[in-house]
Design a binder for this molecule. Structure first.
Ligand SMILES: *Cc1c(COP(=O)(O)O)cnc(C)c1O
Length: 226
């Protein structure tokens, strides 16, 4: 049986070393345990072992897990959010990493206003300009941020990206660097970038949040959706 606690510990050590290489501290990087497709009991093990946050990519799946586990740590939404699921998402998540279009921003704003407090988000950037991928193209980000800034119940904390699939972590470095440079340009400090295969490189390039599933929980059944 895959040992979630031991894997989590190894990931934390790798985060600490990568942070050191970049002149930062491991504690400056938020580790989000990506628990999509993982059964509740194993998520519980990660919580017991001290995982600081959990990430899910589907609202319905998160709903079931939050019902079973409660909120021992913050839950983050890391996947595409349909407009008709915004209300549920606001119930469930402390941070939405996937603000990827303006109509979603308006819907989030409206629903968050009804609830009386702003929703925390990251703007998703399609750094590779891939046609099949969500998110704003890098050049479109400044204008998008200006538009979102007018919505007083959407708070943008930073940027998030899922770079093009790379053959090695090193090949992903230019994409991470591009996101970090864009973050500087627009004055946003949180950077959600890096997954199991490349989180160390992402941290070297300035990630403040890494989204790690497989390296903590083991392989997902049937290599489920990204
Ligand atoms: C599944 C997923 C991850 C985690 O992927 P691993 O390779 O298992 O670490 C990170 N980010 C997003 C957006 C995901 O969908």
């Amino acid at each position: 049986m895959h040992d979630v606690g031991a894997s989590l510990e190894r990931v934390r050590e790798r985060i600490a070393r990568a942070a050191e290489r970049a002149g930062r501290r491991g504690s400056d990087v938020l580790l989000i345990g990506v628990s999509k497709t993982v059964e509740v009991q194993r998520i519980q093990e990660a919580v017991a072992a001290g995982v600081p946050a959990l990430g899910e990519n589907r609202v319905q799946e998160a709903k079931e897990k939050v019902a079973a586990l409660g909120r021992p740590v913050p839950w983050h939404l890391i996947g595409h959010l349909q407009t008709n699921k915004v209300r549920d998402a606001l119930d469930l998540f402390d941070l939405v990493h996937s603000l990827d279009r303006l109509d979603l921003a308006s819907e989030l704003d409206q629903r968050a206003r009804q609830r009386g407090h702003p929703v925390a988000t990251l703007v998703q950037v399609n750094v590779g300009g891939e046609t099949n991928k969500g998110g704003f193209l890098p050049d479109a980000v400044p204008a998008a941020l200006e538009a979102i800034a007018k919505l007083d119940h959407v708070s943008v904390r930073g940027l998030m990206t899922i770079p093009p699939i790379a053959e090695s972590a090193e090949n992903a470095r230019p994409w991470f660097r591009a996101l970090a440079q864009l973050g500087k340009r627009v004055g946003l400090t949180e950077l959600s970038m890096g997954m199991s295969a490349d989180f160390e490189v992402a941290i070297e390039e300035g990630a403040t949040m890494v989204r790690v599933g497989t390296a903590i929980f083991g392989p997902r059944p049937g290599k489920a959706t990204a």
